[in-house]
Structures are given as structure tokens and as C-alpha cells.
Design a protein around this ligand. Sequence first.
Ligand SMILES: Nc1ncnc2c1ncn2[C@@H]1O[C@H](COP(=O)(O)OP(=O)(O)OP(=O)(O)O)[C@@H](O)[C@H]1O
Ligand SMILES: [Mg+2]
Length: 324
Amino acid sequence: MSDTNNVLMSMRHLSRTFSQRTGLFGRQSHSVYAVNNVSLDIYRGETLGLVGESGSGKSTFARLALRLIEPTSGTVQFEGKSLTSMGRDELLAFRRKAQMVFQDPYSSLNPRLTVSRLIGEGLDLAGITNVVDRTTETARLLELVGLAPSISNRYPHQFSGGQRQRIGIARALAAGPTFIAADEPVSALDVSVQAQVLNLLLQLQNSLSLTMLFVAHDLAVVRHISDRVAVMFLGRIVELADSDSIYSAPLHPYTRALLEAIPIPDPDRTPPTPPAIEIQPIEGAGCPYAARCRFAVAMCRETVPDLREHEPGHYAACLRAGEI
Ligand SMILES: Nc1ncnc2c1ncn2[C@@H]1O[C@H](COP(=O)(O)OP(=O)(O)OP(=O)(O)O)[C@@H](O)[C@H]1O
Ligand SMILES: [Mg+2]
């Protein structure tokens, strides 16, 4: 992955396990990899789409990127500095520069705080303390996300889902970030407002030159917003390429399955339902996707495929990529 000057964030061999209880009355516990040995660069000014089914590790990855949780192993660097070795001041500066937009604008906004107080949390981080400056800045941010400055004394419950998500975006922007991790920012919204919020994010990303990690369940949502797309399966990146290549020349069978699952507006065609996620396979027991893969052959059950560059900038973790 090229051009280190252009890299804003860099993950190397990043893993995070969680212990999960199983068995009768949850008496046994075992570790599962939510994120498993992910190495990835995020370039300045790009929007990287991260897709995969429920439980594939997307939110865990986004939270690791913002150091909201600690990795079990591996590293995350931001502007060349490791997140885990940052001192107090550096970490505070990082919190300003890297912000999150959450999935659910109903639960992510404290219902007891007015809009101006919510946005004020971001202004606190940015170090804007003067009352006049804060009022001006709050008005500017609300306008930026398409809301009237006059709403600043209202509470979250007085708004629709789309409006709440706009408030969530304004709050994230208030800190003055260069990087935004948006974790399924439109999944909880009505279909009719999803496109509006997506367009807003796209427009803000352009006008503010933001770098964005955009998490979504399906490839349809990230298509228009992403420069590159990473496809995640059971904690691993299985394919990574620029958007056009992902959609026009996918290399991994899982990416193809995700593309086939995109609903097509044709009443006669029902898209296949992706099968339910299976138990995490034992490490070393071959390709994690083999059990589901219609192209799997004997070697796929024996060897774990590395994420390998097949075309310039187009990576896939499939032993049969290019021949299927
Ligand atoms: N705090 C936690 N404690 C225990 N297990 C967790 C925790 N957070 C995530 N996991 C597990 O890690 C795996 C990945 O979860 P994660 O939430 O990152 O997936 P996701 O791709 O964001 O899914 P979704 O699309 O449903 O949001 C899942 O098996 C999940 O159960
Ligand atoms: Mg998630």
C-alpha cells in the first residue's frame, strides 16, 4: 500500500477478541476474534467504505480506529503516531481530530441536553470557550448540516430521525475533525431520508476535505459515497479495492454474494437471502469462507488465504481469485 505521506491512518495486524459465554447457563467461555489480523491504510481525504454482514467486526474495527476500545494485539497509527503510546495531550488532540457518527441517532444523543449543549460538547473539545464564539459556531454548524440555527434550544425528542442524525453530524464536526468514522449512519433512518443524509455526508466530506471510514451492511449504501471499499468477513478484510473495481470486477466470492444480495427493482426477481453467520472456524483450519463458498476446493479447507494484491490496488483473500 503506497505513498506513506498520503496515509492518515494505518492499522497493522490489528486484532481484538471478546470472550463469549456458551454452553448450559453460559458456564463456558471462549474467545472470538471480532477483528482478526487486519492491516489497512486509510488515505487522507478518502472515504473508505467498510461492508460486511452483521457480526463481521465492522463496529469493532471503527471503535479500534478511534481508540474507544483497546486492541488485543496489533497497532493503529494516526498521522504516524501509535494510538496506544500517545500521552494525555496527544490523545486529546487525537480526540479532536477523530470523531464518530453513530448508527442510532435516538440513543446516541443525550435526551436531557439541548441541541446547543450537545454541539457544545464538541466545541469544548475544540477549545472554543467564549460565549459569543460558541453561539456563532453553533449556528454555523447547524446551517452546515441543513438545520435552522433557531432550533438550538430544543431537545432531541423534538426532531425526526433524519434531523437527529444531522445534529449528531454537527456535534461530530464541532470538534473540528479531519477524520470521521460513521458507523451505519443511515441504517436506523427511513429509506426516504437515507439518501438525504448520505448526500449531506458526501457533500461535507468534499467541502471540508474529511477522511471518512463509512461502515455499512450492504454494498448498495456505500457505492456512491466511497472511493475505496473494504469487505469484511468474520473479522478479516477479504477484499479491498477502489469502488469501481469492487462493483465491476469483484474477486472474492463473498463480495459477489453481497452484490447479488443488493435488491433490484424488479418484482419478478427475489434477491437471495444471505445464509446466517456460522461459528467462527478454528484458526488454521483453512479459508474462513470455505464452508459457504460454492467455489471451494480441497486446498481452501487447508490454507488460510492472505490478502494479496491481484491488480494494482485490488486486494483479495481468496486462493482461487482470478480463476473463478
Ligand atoms: N463488547 C462486546 N462483548 C462481547 N462480544 C462483542 C462485543 N462487541 C462485539 N462483540 C462480538 O464481536 C463480533 C463482531 O461484532 P461487531 O459489533 O464489531 O460486528 P458488526 O459487523 O458491527 O455487526 P453489526 O452489523 O450487527 O453492527 C460479534 O461476534 C460480536 O458478538
Ligand atoms: Mg456494527
